[in-house]
Ligand binder design. Sequence first.
Ligand SMILES: Nc1ncnc2c1ncn2[C@@H]1O[C@H](COP(=O)(O)OP(=O)(O)OP(=O)(O)O)[C@@H](O)[C@H]1O
Ligand SMILES: [Mg+2]
Length: 319
Amino acid sequence: MSDPLLVVRNLRVEFGAFTALHDISFDVGPGETVGLVGESGSGKSTLARALLRLLPAAGGQVVWRGENLLAMGAADLRRRRRDLQIVFQDPMASLNPRLRVGDTLAEPLKMFEPALSGEARATRISAMLERVGLSADMARRFPHEFSGGQCQRIGIARAMMPQPKLLICDEPVSSLDVSIQGQIVNLLADLQRDLGTSMLFISHNLAVVRHLSHRVLVIYRGRLVEVADRAALFAQSAHPYTRALLAAVPDPTHAFAGRALTTGDEPSSSPRSTGCSFHDRCPHVQPVCVGVVPPLEAVAPRHLVACHRWREVVYPKAP
Ligand SMILES: Nc1ncnc2c1ncn2[C@@H]1O[C@H](COP(=O)(O)OP(=O)(O)OP(=O)(O)O)[C@@H](O)[C@H]1O
Ligand SMILES: [Mg+2]
């Protein structure tokens, strides 16, 4: 394996007294799509924003190609930001309604490739609109003239315009009609395959994550609880929370509906300073789970689980 592009180490984010992310560590390799799944409020968007310094981290490192983004000055950060782009959940809200689509797509080019002529910019914009399944003449139109799915194609085009090396997609399809979701997911899969862009693909929809990801991170109440290659995650998950998520979708290959996967009705945002964050919903709970935060440990090569009782989860004793 070549060196990872992105290495996240012990990333921590606090909102006042509430810790939204605890010691998050993972990496993303070149050309790799890493899925991030977890129910609403688990910290997925917070993670996306902290990686890009759209909100401040309370600790840890975000190392991009060997340099810690969290320790960088504003000018250096702006230059690196070309490589890391984001697609947001709500495509309408993330586009400036007063800008023609062509002007929206020109912005990243003006910022990152200021030497480009107006003509060269227009050529790049036309090519990108066609690349995302729209047509070049749409550059003259305004966002309100487009459907939700088309707006998300524009959002993806804007993010891809500066030729990023990592695309962070924060629930890019969950606000769209189910019939449109598959088309956008396929577009992202095509871009990933053709351009080799790495992706961090955030969703609470396991079917979509399964379709796109080489590797999957499972987050629960601000902690990573399982990290595994796609096949291992879907066939041999070892964390009770992951198993609960999988059990909530009988056939994750066909469940494209953006359904929230919860296994209980307690809000997932309640703070937990001690013990496993899943202990109060876990069928395998023991006293150790209440008192001690389980570390992420390797249960197999490339398969990490934070559970004191993963052996019992994977190899249940006969009754
Ligand atoms: N600016 C903020 N101030 C205070 N708390 C916040 C802020 N942003 C997020 N939170 C809290 O942090 C936790 C994680 O929120 P986040 O939006 O990252 O979750 P999420 O996994 O993206 O959820 P969803 O699937 O609903 O998008 C939640 O408890 C949320 O209420
Ligand atoms: Mg979110």
